[in-house]
Write a protein that binds this ligand. Structure first.
Ligand SMILES: NC(=O)c1ccc[n+]([C@@H]2O[C@H](COP(=O)([O-])OP(=O)(O)OC[C@H]3O[C@@H](n4cnc5c(N)ncnc54)[C@H](OP(=O)(O)O)[C@@H]3O)[C@@H](O)[C@H]2O)c1
Length: 253
């Protein structure tokens, strides 16, 4: 197994936490994988099982917010502490609801403030990471960058409507990824972009919407993490963005 550094951003997401645990489990008994996690909230990574790891295995970067200045500083820290070539990056941000906002059921629910907030978290923030990370990845080894989106971001697959802001933020992320892939095919052929739909996964994000999920279709974050790591390992660099679900199947854009 080759030496590698893996970066997980938005690491307090339920799926990100399972990904981190799986990366560490896969690297057990090897000192060839370094994991760097970045979040506003790192309490999960301060538990005993993480503290017992050799210090080189896990590095944490705490951010106060995801303003571009914070992202820029965090990328400088990644560049400084990465011991190996960065082979995989997971960008896990996602907002569907909070105390102030709920996904829209009808047109009258649409609010500019909610739309702006959701776009900021789901689209602008991941794009700022792509913008700031690309310079430290160019001319280096192969790197796959996974941005968590959702199947509801597919324009051609939109049969149910609703959830205007969340849907649009994920569709916009997909357009940003396909456009970025065109530019990277010219200036950073070593980077592969993946837009990933995890399927409905048990997490704070899906909690209020789980009761109508068919039996067997609500995944654990552990299941999704294993699927994703396997998908990423088998995805080849091809100068394009891929839009993949938890089975590794392509989703129409
Ligand atoms: N769960 C599902 O059923 C499902 C289905 C389809 C797609 N997805 C997508 O999968 C990804 C991970 O979802 P999850 O279920 O693991 O979500 P989660 O547990 O609710 O985690 C939320 C994530 O969003 C970030 N975040 C929350 N508020 C933010 C803000 N104001 N600014 C910037 N970042 C913010 C968090 O970053 P911090 O680490 O800094 O807190 C964390 O990475 C998301 O993109 C989601 O849209 C999930």
């Amino acid at each position: 197994m080759k030496n590698q550094t893996i970066v997980i951003i938005g690491a307090n997401s339920e799926i990100a936490k399972a990904l981190s645990l799986q990366v560490i489990a896969d690297a057990k008994n090897n000192d060839n994988t370094q994991l760097i996690v970045i979040s506003r909230e790192l309490e999960f990574y301060q538990q005993e099982s993480f503290l017992q790891l050799p210090s080189a295995c896990l590095n944490t970067i705490n951010v106060n917010s995801y303003e571009e200045s914070e992202i820029n500083l965090a990328v400088k820290k990644i560049d400084l502490i990465a011991m190996f070539e960065i082979t995989q990056i997971y960008i896990c941000h996602g907002l569907l609801h909070n105390e102030q906002l709920q996904p829209e059921k009808r047109l009258e629910d649409f609010s500019p403030e909610a739309f702006t907030k959701i776009l900021t978290v789901n689209t602008i923030t991941p794009m700022l990471w792509l913008k700031n990370l690309t310079p430290i990845l160019s001319d280096k080894g192969d790197c796959k960058i996974v941005v968590f989106t959702a199947r509801v971001g597919s324009i051609s697959d939109n049969r149910l409507g609703g959830w205007y802001s969340y849907r649009s933020s994920k569709a916009a992320m997909n357009m940003l990824l396909t456009s970025t892939a065109v530019e990277l095919a010219r200036r950073a052929k070593n980077i592969k972009l993946i837009s990933f739909h995890p399927g409905t996964t048990d997490s704070p994000l899906s909690k209020p919407f789980q009761k109508n999920v068919p039996k067997g279709k609500l995944f654990t974050s552990q299941f999704v993490a294993k699927q994703l790591l396997n998908i990423v390992e088998h995805t080849q660099l091809d100068g394009k963005a891929s839009y993949l679900d938890w089975e590794g199947k392509s989703i129409p854009w």
